[in-house]
Design a protein around this ligand. Structure first.
Ligand code: FE2
Ligand code: FE2
Length: 272
């Protein structure tokens, strides 16, 4: 199945100087949430590209091949821009960024040593589902970026739009190469593993950044609880989408958010 929406890589170089300050509305909690995610991206997205490439040799469907090309180009540019973001971030929070990046790199090297191609792709589609549901949340609830440095907000919306565009590509490769019950069971198992590790390491990142900012206060921890579990919180609102992944017939485009993505895309492309 071809992607329901065009996958358009936009080669934008962002002014990431905003990371020198608490760029998200001077809110240490929200800033640390986005910065913590950014630290995961350069190595993480390279892992996704490799997992798809290592499983795609037998794909002959021209539409899926074209989607893979779009996916790979988008992720390569995301990886590059988040690398620039993270370098600038060191000016604010110091060497903690490099330390967290190195730890991430070691974890990924370990995963590549112990996991075969199917497991790596199953982990990739779990993480792509995570990024897709967080992207949908970010575009649907703009309050996440209220008061943010405009260029930083633009970067995060750009990433969210492109993650939405290519959300089904790795999944379609997985489904083509590993159909049936075996493929289903492994993707479910890897979703559980991925949810546990992703949540744990995101907490480590957020905590380390708030500490480095000198803002690891109970007040800011409470803001994080509300950011995740509040009425329009990230977890509160994305839990149904996360659960949908466990349905045997699940496909990322079952949640058809083309209208939302199109409206944001029009705005982004007008400023590109
Ligand atoms: Fe990405
Ligand atoms: Fe992605």
């Amino acid at each position: 199945m071809a992607s329901l929406t065009p996958i358009t890589p936009r080669n934008i170089t962002f002014k990431v100087d905003g990371t020198r300050t608490l760029w998200c509305d001077d809110d240490a909690a929200r800033t640390a949430f986005f910065d913590g995610l950014s630290i995961m991206f350069p190595e993480g997205e390279r892992f996704f590209m490799e997992a798809v490439r290592d499983n795609a040799a037998g794909i002959t469907d021209p539409a899926l091949k074209r989607d893979i090309q779009g996916f790979t180009t988008q992720e390569a540019i995301h990886s590059r821009e988040h690398m620039r973001y993270n370098r600038m971030l060191t000016e604010r929070v110091g060497e903690v960024v490099t330390r967290l990046e190195d730890a991430e790199k070691k974890r990924i090297e370990f995963a590549k040593r112990v996991m075969g191609p199917q497991q790596r792709l199953a982990m990739t589609i779990a993480l792509e589902h995570f990024t897709a549901i967080m992207a949908d949340h970010l575009l649907r609830f703009p309050h996440m970026l209220d008061g943010a440095d405009p260029e930083m907000a633009r970067l995060w919306r750009w990433h969210a739009i492109e993650e939405s565009e290519h959300k089904a590509v790795a999944f379609d490769v997985y489904r083509a190469v590993y159909p049936g019950l075996g493929g289903y069971l492994r993707r479910i198992w890897l979703m559980l593993v991925t949810t546990t590790t992703f949540t744990f390491f995101m907490s480590v990142h957020i905590n380390a950044i708030m500490k480095a900012d000198g803002r690891a206060t109970w007040g800011n921890r409470w803001r994080l609880v509300k950011l995740f579990w509040g009425r329009n919180g990230v977890i509160t609102r994305t839990l149904p989408s996360w659960l949908a992944y466990f349905r045997p017939g699940f496909h990322p485009w079952m949640h058809d958010n083309r209208g939302l993505v199109d409206s944001h895309r029009a705005r982004l492309d007008a400023t590109a």
